[in-house]
Design a protein around this ligand. Structure first.
Ligand code: PLP
Length: 430
């Protein structure tokens, strides 16, 4: 028999076939296992999700939607995509769900393509106030091809100023108004946004990328009934595979939205990701997920309280979401310097602009912390209180210009090791 494949092509694992890549994957798993992950966009998926990603579904090419594919052999792909859609509809109580977007940015771009023409006006939150690149940042395609106007947050309290949003909508008459962001820690008044959209003849898009799990778990206001369209990511707080979702309360925009995703902005479906989305949505429908969502909220509020207790300025004085922002200006520190030091100490987070920040994006004056990943591995409020103190210790030493910074970081790193050992992630497959 002729073979065009190397030995073990169909049946040997990566460990044998490509030790170089395997070692890097092991290193990353190790890093995740032994660090405290505080990056708000991250989470830890289930073993079942990892399984779904690594299947032969990856080989199948389909374009279009179930029942209307451009290629044959799609019967199982169709069943799978329909299951994922049905689970998304059930979870978020809506009549329309598209599970194909490769990412949250692609989901948002599809909404632009569905409802707008190049040059149309869009009103969204400024990136520096906590918005997202895909909401019309000048560096993103949406910012280059559309006429983007931004609202911000109030410098004094970091909160949305709805009167400003209404005034800007009145002045610019946008076709689309977007709410939701990457670094806004508080619940948004979705009904108010819808009213502003109604008053000015705009469509409303709610982007719940960062708090979709809390919505699914019933512990956060639900944007879906208020917005014409809602987008989400399945990773982050929803605790699944990297990818996007588009939802709508009714199916009135089905054709527009479907054709905007394919063939508007994407080609074939990443079916193994759709399989993993189905798994993630199935997990989110289980009762344990409600408990998870409540724990995320409790933990975020605990971390916020512990940091404030240690004299740190938490933007808006707390949080209603899985994330919170710390303003480092009173400590005389930059976000870059603080996040580098925390990373060396085993606490991974990101630098982030804060309201009124004058530092460039590569430096910033703030830090963003998220609790979704830590909560998944089992941390409760006691652990997050401890983490709050570890963060505060590092920031205090940095702020005091301590000469023994390396020792401080090492001491923290040892504590992080101890903490993570009690909450291991992926063990041997059962
Ligand atoms: C993370 C995020 C997205 C999606 O990001 P991708 O990296 O493209 O998946 C979209 N909107 C908001 C508000 C986000 O925070």
């Amino acid at each position: 028999m002729t073979t065009y494949c190397h030995k073990g092509y169909f049946d040997h694992g990566i460990e044998d076939i490509d030790p170089q890549v395997h070692a890097m994957l092991q290193d990353e798993e190790d890093r995740q296992d032994h660090g405290v992950e505080l990056i708000a966009s991250e989470n830890i998926v289930s073993r079942a999700t990892l399984d779904a990603l690594g299947t032969a579904m990856v080989n199948k090419t389909v374009e279009g939607y179930p029942g209307h594919r451009y290629y044959g052999g799609a019967r199982h792909a169709d069943r799978l995509e329909i299951l994922a859609q049905e689970r998304a509809k059930q979870l978020f109580g809506c009549a329309y769900a598209n599970v194909q977007p490769h990412s949250g940015s692609q989901a948002n771009l599809a909404v632009f393509v569905a409802f707008l023409k190049p040059g149309d006006c869009v009103l969204s939150m400024d990136l520096s106030a906590g918005g997202h690149l895909s909401h019309g940042s000048s560096a993103n395609l949406t910012g280059k091809w559309f006429d983007i106007r931004h609202y911000g947050v109030r410098e004094e309290d970091g909160l949305l100023d709805y009167a400003q949003v209404a005034a800007l909508a009145e002045r610019h008459k946008p076709k689309l108004i977007i709410c939701g962001g990457s670094a806004y820690p508080r619940a948004i008044d979705f009904a108010r946004f819808r009213q502003i959209a109604e008053d000015t003849g705009a469509m409303m898009l709610a982007d719940m990328a960062h708090f979709a799990g809390l919505v699914a778990g019933g512990v956060h206001p639900d944007p879906v009934p208020h917005a014409h369209v809602t987008t989400a990511t399945t990773y982050k707080n929803l605790r699944g595979v990297r990818g996007g979702l588009i939802l709508a309360p009714d199916s009135g925009f089905e054709r527009k939205l479907n054709s905007a995703v394919f063939p508007g902005v994407q080609g074939s479906v990443i079916l193994n990701a759709v399989a993993a989305k189905a798994v993630c949505l199935g997990e989110a429908l289980r009762p344990e997920f409600k408990a998870y969502a409540q724990a995320v909220l409790d933990n975020a509020r605990q971390l916020s309280a512990s940091l404030m207790e240690r004299g740190l300025r938490v933007v808006t004085g707390g949080t209603d979401t899985p994330l919170l922002l710390v303003d480092l200006r009173p400590k005389g520190l930059t976000g870059a310097q603080a996040s580098d030091s925390l990373d060396r100490a085993g606490l991974t987070c990101n630098k982030n602009a804060v309201p009124g920040d004058t530092q460039p994006p590569r430096v910033t004056s703030g830090l963003r912390f998220g609790v979704s990943a830590g909560t998944t591995r089992g941390f409760g409020t006691a652990e997050f209180e401890k983490i709050g103190h570890l963060i505060a210790d590092i920031l205090a030493a940095l702020s005091a210009g301590s000469s023994g910074m390396e020792a401080v970081e090492q001491r923290c790193f040892a504590q992080v090791r101890k903490l993570t050992q009690d909450f291991p992630i992926y063990g041997p497959v059962k």
